[in-house]
Structure formats: C-alpha cells, structure tokens
Design a protein around this ligand. Structure first.
Ligand code: FJE
Ligand code: FE
Length: 347
C-alpha cells in the first residue's frame, strides 16, 4: 500500500516536472528563435559571412490613406486584404494624428503593439495607472498579454502639425498570450545605431553589423523574434542587412526612392520579400536621403491566428473567452470596471 502510494506520487511528480520542462523548453526556444537570444547574436552564428544572396521582392503595394480610430488617418501596410496572414505580423499602420483626434479607450489581448514615433508625440494611459509620452524617435513596445485597456492620444504641438509614427501589431505564441501585460519603453537616445559615412541603421529591435565586424544589438527583449530597423541611406550609399533565415520580412518606405533588391520604390510602399536568401539589399542612387524600415519576424508556423479587432487568439474559443472576460471584467480585465482614461476625452 505504502509502496503503491510512493509509486503514484513519483509518477505524478515526474508528470508535473515533464510538463513544466516542456513549457520552459518551449519558452526558451521561442526566446531564442533561430539562435537569437540576448546572449548569442544571429550574426555570430553565420558560418559564411562572404556569401550574401539578396532576398528578392515578392510583392509591392502602395499604402493608401484611410481613417481609423477617432478622426485619425493611417496608411495601412500589413493588415489590408492584400497583405494578410504574414505571421507573426497582424498590422503596420503609418499613423497621422492631430489634436482632437486619436485612439480613445480600447482593449487589447493576445498580442503586442509596437509604437515608434517619427514626428511629434503621443501620450498613453492604461487602466493599471501606467501612463507616459513618447516623442520623436522614441519607442513603446507593449505586450498586451491577457489584457490591457488604454487610450493613445496625440500631444499638442505649438506648430499644429500632426503627430506621425508607426504602429506594428505582433501576434504572440499561444504560450504567451495570457501573460501579464508588460511595457518596454526606450528613448531615441538610448536606441543603438550601426553606421558608416552613408548608412545608418537604428536598431529598434534585433541587430545589425558594423563595418568593424562588431554587432549592434537592441535592448528590446522579444517573446517572438522580431527585428525592427530604421534605415537611412545617403545618396550613393548601399546596405546589405542580414535577416534570420526563414523569417518573414517586409519593408515600408518613408522618404526618397531606394532600390530594394534592384527594384526602385517610391515612398509609402510595402515591399514583401521572398523567404529565400540572406537578407535585404538596398541602395540609394538618387539625390535625396532615403529612409525606410525593415521589419522581420519569426513566423508562428503551425499556430492559427483568429483575430477580432484588438483581440488576437489561436482559436474561436479564445476570442469568445476574450469577449466574455472583457464584458464580465474578469481574467485580466478586472480594472476595466468603471475605468475611463483622463486623456481619451469621453470620461
Ligand atoms: C483601432 C482597435 C485598435 N491603428 N495606429 C480598433 F486598437 C485601434 C487602434 C489603432 C492604432 C493606435 C495607434 Cl497609436 C496607431 C493604430 C489602430 O488603436 F484604430 C481600431 N479601430
Ligand atoms: Fe491600442
């Protein structure tokens, strides 16, 4: 009897340990996708640095202005009917918001939102008392996890110009979808750059190689591998930027007319690259400065993506549960009870 009890206890303990290990193993694997972690760099893992096959352009789409939120304007890149299901990316909006417009109180679950300011400032306030302001060049990386309710509104500008930036929505691996919400905020001056005389790569997330062989790495920690690079190329400059093998990769152009993999592109275009090859080849043969962002991510292969606005799940049940929790103010939405932001303008 005693033996049987010990035996059963051992099996239960072993079972729990096994499941726990499976879970941590999966998390570690996802924290270091294709050798990307905070200790090892992707560039260090490359065996043949002399080879560089440029990824080719597989799709080129112009982003059209549309209205979004309350009176805001966005050029939507990823996330339009033409550019869907590009895992782990759900959306990239190039937004422009004047005072009086914005994105008042709304929820998120199961995803990350990455807000990067290009010109002007946005303020935000959430239901947990977290508030702040990001200005030109600053970054907010928000992991909504199990639930955030917040407002994202413009800051007044003396010159009355709109506040402009990029907001990227990233899907989360199932295992992280109900994590505690987390913010990573970085000021422009704290985001590292890799540069030479004609090219500057601001490493918002991920890494870039310097001329001397050293590697510039972003302080942002990823749950799903995402590289986000803000690139400027002066006339006559050229860039070869490596991207982890097999990651989905696209560019969004802001100024100038760069050649991307040999193809000349105008501003406000999304360039989706093919999966084969070592990275992005870009060149500025014009007279004007070129600026674009490169965004690459580890595809969540084998995971479904079921999205209902700002609720992003891996099944219909997940979305149903998100609705129930949001409406019932449970499982992460407790603080939504009676909450109205001060900045959203509809208290
Ligand atoms: C929204 C749900 C949302 N693009 N670009 C539904 F979360 C949003 C939303 C945004 C957004 C916010 C910023 Cl700061 C920048 C954005 C969508 O908040 F507009 C709808 N309709
Ligand atoms: Fe939001």
């Amino acid at each position: 009897m005693r033996f049987l009890f010990t035996f059963l206890t051992a099996i239960v303990v072993a079972g729990i340990a096994y499941l726990y290990n499976q879970k941590t193993a999966l998390k570690q694997n996802l924290m270091s996708p294709t050798t990307v972690s905070n200790t090892t760099t992707y560039h260090e893992s490359i065996e043949d640095m002399s080879r560089f096959a440029a990824r080719t352009v597989s799709k080129l789409v112009r982003a059209i202005e549309q209205s979004e939120g309350a009176g805001a304007t966005v050029r939507r890149s990823i996330g339009t009917p033409q550019l869907r299901n590009y895992s782990p990316f759900l959306m990239l909006d190039h937004f422009s918001v004047k005072v009086g417009a914005g994105f008042p109180d709304h929820p998120h679950r199961g995803q990350e939102t990455v807000t990067y300011m290009l010109d002007g400032a946005m303020q935000h306030e959430d239901f947990a008392g977290h508030a702040g302001k990001i200005e030109t060049g600053d970054l907010q990386w928000m992991t909504a996890g199990k639930g955030i309710m917040h407002a994202e509104m413009p800051c007044p500008r003396p010159d009355g110009k709109p506040n402009v930036g990029l907001q990227l929505w990233v899907d989360l691996p199932s295992d992280y979808k109900l994590d505690e919400p987390q913010y990573q905020e970085h000021r422009d001056k704290d985001i590292p750059r890799a540069k030479n005389d004609k090219v500057e790569v601001k490493v918002i997330s991920g890494e870039a190689l310097n001329a001397d062989g050293s590697i510039t790495k972003s302080p942002v920690r990823n749950r799903v591998g995402v590289w986000f690079l803000d690139v400027r190329i002066q006339p006559g400059g050229k860039l070869e930027q490596r991207i982890p093998f097999g990651w989905n990769t696209f560019l969004y152009t802001l100024t100038g007319k760069p050649h991307i993999a040999g193809k000349q592109v105008e501003p406000y275009h999304t360039i989706v690259l093919g999966r084969e090859g070592d990275g992005v080849a870009a060149e500025n043969s014009g007279e004007e400065e070129v600026r674009f962002v490169i965004i690459a991510g580890q595809p969540l292969d084998g995971q479904r993506c079921v999205q209902y606005g700002p609720f992003v799940g891996d099944s219909e049940e997940f979305i149903y549960q998100a609705f129930m929790d949001y409406q019932g103010q449970t499982n992460g939405f407790e603080r939504a009870k009676g909450w109205n932001s001060k900045i959203g303008g509809r208290a």
